[in-house]
Design a protein around this ligand. Structure first.
Ligand code: ARG
Length: 245
């Protein structure tokens, strides 16, 4: 009798703390059009936000999104604060050592954003040697910047600050994901800056999960497959990238 009661209680505790049905998502929401704050509704929106919500829904779950620093996402997975990252995060060999990823869900690449007035001096990555380069902290753009000989790299918490710094001539270039730079150029109508023709385009975004959480990767991949097959992926893709493609 006592045993039955204890296991019943344990079952109850488990049911309460595991919060079945809610997928805890971590993001860094200065990265339009993937994740950003809608000025009107004050809600987080974007391609990743809609896609992860659709994937969760396909698995019968709701999402709860937490906005944090990009460099806080991997530690938050490791400590179990979040179940998954939806943050335009590129699947890189370094990250694969620390976390696991789902199947790729978006192909991306990096570009270099510069002042139009510098176009005669700055033509490619090599011409940034010895210059100041701005990027978002912990990103592949920042990693690429650090590989440029003698470059002084300033890493900002948000990509918006990096764009601002370039505008104010605090750095010669920003290295960042092409779709985000393109969106910025179109939306902000900042016609003092432009991208260099060089595109470094072999990056794939994946949803990140805690290392070894095979069940979660499988669940998300199954959800992603459903969302692709139902046409929902295409609908979301068209909504955010249709006009540019
Ligand atoms: N794709 C780049 C990376 O993985 C940049 C991602 C930045 N994402 C963000 N939500 N701020 O490093």
């Amino acid at each position: 009798m006592k045993k039955v009661l204890i296991s019943a209680l344990l079952g109850l505790t488990f049911a309460c703390t595991s919060q079945a049905g809610t997928l805890h998502v971590g993001t860094e929401a200065t990265f339009a059009p993937f994740e950003f704050m809608d000025e009107q509704t004050k809600e987080l929106t974007g391609f990743d936000m809609e896609l992860i919500a659709a994937v969760a829904k396909a698995m019968g779950d709701d999402v709860k999104v937490q906005n944090m620093g990009f460099d806080g996402l991997i530690p938050s997975l490791q400590t179990g604060v979040i179940d998954v990252t939806a943050a335009a995060m590129t699947i890189t060999p370094e990250r694969v050592k620390r976390i696991d990823f789902t199947e790729p869900y978006y192909q991306s690449g990096l570009v270099i954003l510069v002042k139009k007035t510098d176009l005669d001096k700055v033509k490619d990555l090599d011409s940034l040697q010895g210059k100041r380069i701005c990027a978002q902290i912990g990103t592949t753009g920042a990693m690429m910047a650090k590989h440029v000989k003698d470059a002084k790299v300033t890493e900002f918490n948000s990509i918006t600050e990096a764009f601002m710094e370039l505008k104010q001539d605090g750095c010669t270039a920003v290295i960042n994901d092409k779709p985000v730079v393109d969106y910025y150029l179109v939306r902000r109508a900042d016609d003092t800056v432009t991208t260099l023709p060089q595109v470094f385009d072999a990056e794939y975004y994946g949803f990140g999960v805690k290392k070894g959480n095979k069940a979660m990767v499988e669940k998300l991949n199954a959800g992603l497959k459903k969302v692709r097959e139902s046409g929902e992926y295409d609908r979301i893709y068209q909504k955010w990238f249709g006009a540019n493609k």
